[in-house]
Design a protein. Structure first.
Lengths: 259, 249
């Protein structure tokens, strides 16, 4: 009933929803929303850079996002008013990316970078994303208790021998990779939405971090599948439909807890 | 017995600011060290330096029998977002780091220990409540139960009673004395001098750029307390009224 491109879209959307669902919990717990935003906006520069250097866009985005996360991480852990620094990075990255696109990006669709182009993902993208899912989920499970402890504060972590600074850094690096993997699917402007909306929805229903992560993946996956279906049926853009669906879930969860 | 931690010529400060320097002190197993001083004198900084979160400007912190894998710690202020979804019970269980695996669940021994720790901190009835529903003092008790679970040879408490009622304070002080009898060392920041006199073996008085360490009787004298800016001379003469030898007892 669905064309093959829809199956590809579903598979890639699901992979991204799993990753953003879990990492989104940490983004919310640790107040890293601006950090995710800065990474994803600046990722545009990575795409353009990759084109200029004739390398894979994934490589460009992930490399740039990693460099940025190192930079942002060292700056924001020293400086007060981190939101200002992050805002400067996000918008500058976007601006430079758009200028770069006008120089090197002939034939490049700015719209695809900003809002994603899930209908254009190929099987190689899917393989890439699902390898990412396996590896990243493995890392998250392995570091889970350390990251939860680090989330409770540098001092509580230090008291059980966990170096919170190191753990936060690994987390930031992983977030950079996820932004790189998700860029083609939802686009630079909407990645943050997939990070925070499912996790914020899940928070309403949970009393442990583990169930919140699982529910967040559930809400994210459902939003991605329903959003894609809506996009197919009504001919809407795919990334925005996924985000809008996630927002509907969020609205319902808020309403439910209000009554 | 060798001291748990041995501090030599410690100098703490930030940038151009000196908090104190030249501190020498040994903390023995079974001792309770009170850290006393005016606001901003460096009490929390001292505790965080022992935790390894802050580097000294100079001096050495030695661990003669090795730095413990865990150091019990109760912060003056908890910094994490209270909407983090965790129940009181699980927060306490996280103190038992060695046996903590959130996916496997806790084994029966650990579960019993968690219940006992919650009971000791007087918060067993709230065991299944999420943190964001607790009052300030209840949160402090929950964090105290986490310290009980830590089972550490050295325990650092930064104003542990600032938010709890008198009854709970009394109860927690008896827990602290149990730790003492088990041979653990406790370092706690306190403003309540009568609690220091009743429960602590040693005192570290910070203030006016100096650090004085010794037994409680040697350190908590009116002259020192006035000289290091902890109280005015009229407060001291009220507190030490009827005594001529300079000690409080
Ligand atoms: N990260 C920091 N950078 C610069 N100065 C700091 C830092 N942390 C603390 N200080 C300063 O060091 C001094 C000591 O702070 P500290 O928190 O140790 O005081 P305290 O004795 O615990 O005070 P209180 O009784 O209010 O808890 C204060 O003047 C404070 O402003
Ligand atoms: Mg303090």
């Amino acid at each position: 009933m669905f064309a093959e491109f829809m199956i590809r879209a579903f598979l890639s959307g699901l992979g991204v929803a799993i990753l953003t669902g879990v990492l989104g919990c940490f983004v919310i717990w640790r107040r890293m929303v601006y950090f995710g935003d800065a990474l994803s906006h600046a990722a545009i520069l990575g795409v353009v850079g990759a084109i200029a250097l004739h390398v894979s866009a994934y490589f460009g985005v992930i490399a740039l996002a990693l460099i940025l996360s190192v930079l942002l991480f060292t700056l924001t852990s020293r400086i007060q008013g981190a939101d200002v620094i992050l805002g400067v990075f996000a918008q500058t990255g976007l601006a430079l990316g758009l200028i770069g696109a006008s120089i090197w990006g002939r034939g490049l669709s700015i719209e695809a970078i900003l809002f994603g182009d899930i209908l254009a993902v190929g099987w190689h993208d899917i393989i890439f994303i699902w390898i990412g899912v396996a590896v990243i989920l493995g890392i998250i499970l392995w570091r889970w208790s350390n990251w939860i402890t680090a989330t409770l504060g540098d001092d509580l972590a230090a008291s059980v021998g966990v170096n919170a600074k190191h753990e936060s850094f690994y987390l930031a690096a992983l977030l950079a990779i996820v932004v790189g993997l998700a860029l083609k699917i939802v686009g630079a402007l909407l990645i943050t939405a997939l990070l925070i909306i499912p996790a914020a929805t899940a928070r309403r229903f949970t009393s442990t971090p583990e169930t919140m992560a699982v529910l967040s993946v559930g809400f994210g996956s459902a939003a991605s599948a329903i959003g894609l279906w809506a996009a197919y049926v009504f001919d809407w853009p795919a990334g925005p439909s996924m985000v809008a669906t996630a927002a509907v879930f969020f609205g319902i969860s808020q309403w439910r807890s209000a009554v | 017995m060798p001291p748990i931690v041995s501090i030599e010529n410690l100098f703490l400060g930030f940038g151009d600011v000196t908090l104190f320097d030249g501190l020498n002190c040994d903390v023995e197993p079974g001792s309770i060290l009170a850290v006393v001083g005016a606001n901003g004198s460096g009490k929390s900084t001292f505790v965080k330096t022992l935790l390894g979160l802050q580097s000294p400007m100079d001096g050495r912190i030695e661990w003669p029998v090795g730095k413990p894998a865990e150091i019990g710690y109760l912060a003056q202020l908890t910094e994490f977002d209270r909407r983090f979804p965790i129940r009181v019970r699980d927060l306490a269980a996280m103190g038992a780091w060695q046996g903590f695996n959130p996916f496997a669940g806790l084994n029966k021994t650990t579960r019993n220990r968690v219940d006992a720790a919650l009971e000791m901190a007087g918060i067993l009835d709230l065991a299944d409540h999420p943190l964001h529903t607790l009052s300030g003092g209840q949160l402090q008790r929950a964090l105290f139960s986490r310290v009980i679970m830590q089972d550490a040879p050295l325990i650092l408490l930064d104003e542990p009673f600032s938010a709890v009622d008198q009854y709970t304070e009394q109860h927690l002080l008896s827990v602290i004395e149990t730790w003492q009898s088990e041979g653990r060392a406790v370092i706690m920041v306190l403003h309540d001098l009568s609690a220091v006199l009743d429960h602590c073996t040693h005192a570290l008085l910070l203030g006016n750029g100096r650090a004085s360490f010794g037994t409680v009787d040697d350190i908590l004298t009116p002259d020192r307390l006035i000289a290091q800016g902890y109280m005015s001379s009229s407060q001291a003469s009220w507190m030490f009224r009827g005594q001529s030898n300079g000690g409080m007892r």
